[in-house]
Design a protein around this ligand. Structure first.
Ligand code: FFO
Ligand code: GTP
Ligand code: MG
Length: 443
């Protein structure tokens, strides 16, 4: 278990502005800890004192500065331990959404004895109170940062504990195997049927593989993906970028060598935030500026999550002027499909920026490259930390499948430890710190 005692300041009362910086209709200051309701008594004046209000209620009243000056009128929400987000006493002040008001309310809460919350500290407290596991806390982070539908849906699923349940089912199979091995070691004359050991292990390995298959989708959904458009000059890269975007972002001319510097544009594809990168047409050139653009295009292809290669279908076929890195994800396109085709190749998807032909198929193919065959309703791995733990668990399970019983037990215990890490039931403080460091203040 996490050693809570080594963590400083958990008995402090913390405060932060919980809403985004800037002007808004309403803003929230959140105070959590043993002093929260006493601080609220001094800061807020309504029909009754927050400290004598039952949890789960809100009061309407005035927020007061030190000398009694009215800062704003607003609401005070009262939560009583353990019935709050953090599991502690919490007072929330919902004010008008002015940075000046929120700043003064926060300052007043700090003057009254709260200390500024560190990034993610409200959610850290929820984790330490056992209200969330670490995978759920990471889902909170992903949810706050989500800007597209897929990321939002996955984070909500993670927050519901669906990932933890998937991991628990794997852990049950490993525990089952461990206990049948233990029974065998204690009573060697009984003998454990081979399938009693191998069936749950095979099931656990398959489920871990399936889970790892979701890691890329999880990363792409949360962090977005870069898609580079690569091809010879005049292949139609800039036209296709504009067609996918639905507006004229990139300059298109009949001249080969129009795009020199690369250009990026964002859009949502398959519910994933995507950056499309238009690049200079690849060719040998004497022009110094264009040559720099071509070098850049090669580098951009290397760094992309998916490369779209474009070859002009209305012209005699040219070899692709680019060696794709091994294992690169690429979709090959035959462009200008509205014109008579000079060649065809079943490995190439025909598209036309002019008519839109092939664009739905292209979007679908991109969705498959980005999300694999992950299903909407299943929980995905939501961070590199989780993927790493799942990878280690799988390695130990594979070893356990091969080794004699006594050694297999050791591997299974290691696998269970890795799974416990995934959900955060057995992690070191530095891992916990690393997770919460990525949060914003007020979360
Ligand atoms: N104003 C506000 N909105 C918010 C949050 C918040 O802290 N404050 N949240 C956080 O960031 C999220 C909601 N999460 C929450 C989870 C649990 C409890 C809570 O008080 N649970 C109690 C009482 C439940 C009940 O009355 O049924 C409990 O579980 O015992 C509150 C918020 C999103 N919206
Ligand atoms: N008929 C037809 N013409 C197209 C299509 N896509 C592009 N073109 C034409 O092909 C020419 C080159 O298009 P661009 O989009 O500028 O090509 P590019 O690959 O960006 O070229 P560079 O920036 O020079 O590397 C322009 O005259 C476009 O109008 C298409 O789908 N159908
Ligand atoms: Mg171009």
């Amino acid at each position: 278990m996490t050693r809570i005692s080594s963590r400083s300041g958990l008995s402090d009362t913390i405060a932060a502005v919980a809403t985004a910086p800037g002007h808004a209709g309403v803003g929230v200051v959140r105070v959590s800890g043993p002093q929260a309701l006493h601080i609220a008594d001094a800061l807020f004046s309504g029909r009754r004192r927050p400290s004598s209000t039952p949890g789960g209620r809100f009061l309407f009243g005035r927020l007061l500065a030190e000398g009694g000056e009215v800062l704003d009128e607003g609401l005070c929400l009262v939560f009583r331990a353990p019935h709050s987000y953090t599991g502690e006493d919490v007072a929330e002040f919902q004010t008008h959404g002015s940075p000046a008001v929120l700043g003064e309310v926060l300052t007043r809460a700090l003057d009254l004895g709260a200390r500024p919350a560190r990034p993610g500290e409200f959610t850290l407290r929820a984790y330490l109170a056992g209200r969330l596991d670490l995978a759920q806390a990471e889902a909170v982070l992903n949810l706050v940062e989500s800007s597209t539908e897929t990321a939002r849906r996955q984070a909500t699923l993670g927050l519901s504990g669906a990932l933890g349940e998937r991991v628990d089912a794997i852990a049950r199979d490993l525990t089952l195997t461990l206990s049948s091995i233990a029974a065998l070691l204690d009573y060697p004359e009984e003998g454990v049927p081979e399938e009693e050991r191998q069936v749950p292990l095979a099931r656990a390995a398959a489920e871990l593989e399936a889970l790892l298959g979701t890691a890329r989708a999880g990363r792409v959904a949360n962090q977005g993906a870069r898609i580079a458009l690569i091809g010879a000059p005049n292949a139609g890269k800039s036209s296709l970028l504009n067609a996918l975007l639905g507006y004229e972002r990139s300059i298109v001319t009949p001249l080969a060598g129009t795009t020199r510097d690369y250009l990026e544009a964002g859009l949502s594809l398959a519910g994933v935030p995507v950056t499309l990168v238009d690049t200079a047409g690849l060719r040998d050139t004497e022009d110094v500026v264009e040559a720099a653009g071509v070098r850049q295009a090669h580098a951009l292809a290397q760094g992309a999550d998916v490369v779209l290669t474009l070859s002009d279908g209305s012209q005699p076929r040219e070899p692709l002027p680019l060696a794709l890195p091994a294992g690169a994800r690429a979709i090959h396109l035959r462009t200008k499909a509205d014109l008579p085709a000079a060649w065809d190749d079943p490995a190439y998807l025909p598209v036309s920026a002019a008519t839109g032909q092939g664009l739905p198929q292209l979007r679908e193919a991109l969705g498959r490259e980005l999300l694999g065959d992950t299903a909407r309703g299943e929980a995905w791995l939501g961070s590199e930390r989780q993927a790493d733990a799942a990878r280690r668990a799988l390695e130990h399970v594979r070893l356990a499948q091969e080794l004699p019983d006594d050694l297999a037990s050791i591997e299974l215990e290691e696998a269970l430890l890795a799974l416990a890490e995934l959900t955060g039931r057995d992690v070191q403080d530095d891992v916990v710190d690393a997770v919460f460091r990525n949060f914003c203040v007020g979360k």
